[in-house]
Design a protein around this ligand. Sequence first.
Ligand code: F0G
Length: 456
Amino acid sequence: MPKTLIEPFRIKSVEPIRMTTRAEREQLLQAAHLNVFKLRADDVLIDWLTDSGTGAMSSRQWGAIMEGDESYAGARSYYRLEKVIQDITGMAHFIPTHQGRAAEKVLFTAVCKKGDLVPNNCHFDTTRGNLEYMGVEALDCVEAVGLQPATIAPFKGNIDLARVEEVLQKEGARIPFGMLTVTNNTGGGQPVSMANIRAYAALLKKYGKPFIMDVCRFAENAMFIKMRESGYENTPIPDIVREMFSYADGATMSAKKDGMVNIGGFIVLRSDEWLDEVRSDLIMMEGFPTYGGMAGRDLEALAVGLQEGMDEDYLRYRLRTAEYLGEKLDEAGVGFVRPTGGHAVYIDAKTVLPDMPVAHYPAWALCNALYLEGGIRGVEIGSVMFGKRLQDGTETYHSMELVRLAFPRRMYTQSHFDYAAEVIAEVKEQAASIRGVKITKQPKFLRHFTAEFDWV
Ligand code: F0G
C-alpha cells in the first residue's frame, strides 16, 4: 500500500485564490489596523480562520439543493432531514435553527433561568455567552490534562467526573442539565472517549439531571474513538455515533461543521418534556418548526452532508491532515497543542516567540506574521481574545498564547498544507524580527473581532 493518504475526492469546481506580494500585505494589514478579522477574504491566500461554514459541498449536495421544498409549513425537505437525523441520533425530535448559537439560545431560553449553573468540559464562547447573558454560570470542568498543551493523551476533551460530582452534590439545585462538547473546540479540538461519555451520563442520571451534548464535531469525535479506544477498532462510524447519542437526552448542533454545509443547525431531543416550550421559542426567534432558521434547499444539503461527514475514508483523511501539519511543525521546532485535534492545529506562540512579553500579545503578533509572510489567516486564542482591560487600565492575561489554524472541510489540498508548513517554519526562523502589538481601540465585549492595533 502506498503511504500517502490522498484527498478522497476529485475537484469539479474551483475557486481561484490570489497571491499578493509582501509589500501589498503590509499595506493591507496596516489598513486593517493589524487585525486579520478586518481583512477582505480576497486578500487572504489560505483562509484558516475557521472550519465553520467554510467547507466545500459535494456534487450530491448541490444536486440535492435543487430538490429543496420552500413551503412555509410541512415542507418535504423537513421530513427528509428529520428521518436522516432520527436515524443518525436515535432521537425523536428535531428542531432546525439557522446555526449552532441559535440552537443554544432557543434551548437555553426554554430550559434555563437566572442563577442556574451548567457544567461542560469546556463551553464554546457562544455557549458561554448565551448562558451568561441569561445570568447562568457556565462552568468548565475538563480534565487537567486537557489544559496542558504539550502533554500527549488520547482523549484530552474528557470531563473531570470527580469535579462534576462535587458540583452536583454542592450545587445540584442550580443545575438544569449537564453539557459536553464533542470535540472540545476550546481545548484544542480534542476528543472525548466513549467511556467518559458513558460515565458522565450515568453520573448525571444518578442526580436526576438531563444530559445535553454540543455535537458540532460528532463525526470527528467518533473517528477518534475508532482509532484510539479499544473495542471500537472495527465498529462502523454510524454505530459509534449512535452509541454516543444513546447516552444523551438531547443535543445542540452547528451544522456548519460536521454537517458539511455553509449554514444551518439544530436541536434534537429524546423526550417531549421540553418540546412545547422549545418550539414556541423557536417560532419567536427562528421560524416555523418545519424550517426553523433554514431554507428548504439548506435542509436538503444538510441531509446529504450529515451522511457524507461520517464517511470513514473522508474522516481518516480529515484527521490525518491536521496530524500531517503537526509533524511538519515538529520538524521546524514549532510547538503546538498535542496531539493535533480534529479540525485544527493550535500553534503555541510562546515556542516561537519565547522572549516576547505577554503584554505585547505574542499569539496576535504571530498571527500577523503568518499573514505577512505567506498570506495565511489564522485566529489568535490568547490574551486579546480572553484577556480583559481592568478599570485601572491594567490587563489580565490568558494562560495560553495560541494561534488556531482551522481547516475548512474538503477545501485545501496537501500542497496548501506543505506551503503553510514552509511559511510557518520561515516565520520561526525570523522570529527575532517579529514585532509585538499594542491595542489602540477596543470595544467592551469580544474585543478581538473589532479591536485596532499598532506595532509596539
Ligand atoms: N459550539 C462549538 C463547539 C463551536 O465550535 C461553535 C462554533 C458553536 C457551538 C456555535 O456554532 O457558529 O454555528 O453558531 N464555532 C466556530 C469556530 C465559530 O470557529 O470554532 P455557530
